[in-house]
Design a protein. Structure first.
Length: 409
């Protein structure tokens, strides 16, 4: 039996391995259109590969997916984060958890994960071919399988096909799946940083605040987490995760909106005013801009006091009420005019893809085309940063691979 996996990324490799191990009689082949295999694995986590997240409760884990949460909840009960950790450790790759929950190989090197996957694929007899793109799939009228039309003008028959081609930023990239009757949720970017061309803080690039709150003006959308000032605007988990939850909203706004940044997430206006009042009473002769409060970096504090119109020599005892009010606003609700987005490094993620209602999420088989399976980001599934997108790839790949193997006697 001939099984073809289209796409040599995380989901494709995991699906191919799962299939070949569960059914050694099957000939499993991975077709990758580029000459690079597992490219996202290589760049993930700054080259360390954020394999999964240290959360072993499927119902909690699934809450980190703006799209696909409901469908993944049951899938994670079969193969979730704990199974992923066990799978890699059983193959000699130990994972470690960092304080924020992200899990990496103890080597801190994504090549460790790549080597493991390629070693397991070779051991299971999976054949890998690069530079071959599938341009069209047609159900074979005489058999249960499919004919694949390739970019080199060749044709290939497959009894079962796993599509794991990743997300595509352009809608027409899914036309070959629409031709099979599938519905596509229109793709828009997710996990991106905010461009703020007129930012008064752009000279502070590289400064980070460990816990800030970013809220979208006029919306209920907000997120807390580390915030990084860049030369083009704002990045860090608070922005990246917010961009995932608001992917369609921001697309509809053409990435032009006002964000409100609170640099002191744990302060209310009342508690902040009290804190400033008490400091003023205790240190009336201290110069305001050169004595940062609330754990903020000096350069950021100076910039925020500048935004509040406080000159460099003003002491706390001399600070007018109107400038205090402006400082409170800058600390709690600094308006940020976002105009555009930037892809986060090379780790682009797409919101959108194959409509999940047309997939049996227990087997990842198409409800419209028997024998055709899907895994990874080609599906309308995406998670926030922290290892969640890779976990969706491992899970859907595993389920698809096992189902393909058992569907063939």
């Amino acid at each position: 039996m001939n099984i073809v996996v289209i796409g040599g990324g995380a989901a494709g490799y995991f699906g191919a391995i799962a299939c070949a191990q569960a059914n050694p009689k099957a000939q499993v082949t991975i077709l990758e259109k580029s000459n690079k295999l597992l490219s996202k694995v290589r760049v993930s986590g700054g080259g360390r590969c954020n394999v999964t997240h240290h959360c072993f409760i499927p119902t909690v884990f699934s809450q980190h997916y703006p799209r696909g949460a409901k469908q993944l909840k049951e899938a994670f009960k079969i193969f979730g984060a704990s199974e992923t950790v066990e799978w890699f450790e059983h193959r000699g790759v130990k994972l470690k958890a960092e304080p924020d929950g992200r899990m990496f190989p103890v080597t801190d090197n994504s090549q460790t994960i790549i080597d493991c996957l390629q070693r397991e694929a070779a051991k299971a007899g999976v054949e890998v071919k690069t530079g071959i793109a599938v341009e069209r799939i047609l159900p074979d009228p005489d058999k249960e399988g499919y004919t694949l039309y390739l970019n080199n003008s060749n044709e290939l028959y497959a009894d079962r096909v796993l599509v794991s081609t990743g997300g595509n930023p352009k809608s027409q990239g899914y036309d070959w799946l629409r031709a099979l009757g599938h519905t596509i949720q229109e793709p828009v970017p997710s996990l991106f940083t905010f461009n703020v061309p007129g930012s008064p803080l752009k000279d502070l690039q590289g400064i980070a605040v460990p816990q800030a709150r970013v809220r979208i003006a006029g919306q209920k959308l907000e997120y807390e987490g580390p915030l990084l000032i860049t030369h083009w605007g704002y990045s860090g988990p608070a922005v990246l995760k917010l961009s995932a939850w608001g992917a369609r909203l921001f697309h509809g706004m053409d990435y032009r909106f006002t964000a409100m940044v609170s640099w002191v997430h744990d302060q209310t206006e009342e508690s902040l005013r009290e804190h400033l009042h008490n400091f003023r009473k205790a240190h009336p002769k201290k110069v305001v801009p050169t004595n940062p409060l609330l754990g903020l970096p000096l350069r950021l504090w100076k910039a925020l006091t500048g935004i509040a119109g406080i000159s460099n020599e003003v002491k706390w005892a001399e600070l007018p009420a109107k400038n205090t009010n402006k400082l409170v606003e800058a600390l709690l609700r600094l308006p940020v005019e976002v105009d555009g987005k930037t892809t986060f490094k090379e780790e682009f993620v797409t919101c959108g893809g194959l409509d999940l209602s047309q997939i049996n999420m227990k087997t990842m088989e198409s409800r419209l085309q028997p024998g055709l399976y899907f895994a990874g980001e080609v599906l309308d599934i995406d998670g926030i940063t922290g290892g969640f997108n890779f976990q969706a790839a491992w899970t859907t790949g595993y389920l698809a691979g096992r189902a393909m193997a058992t569907s063939i006697s």
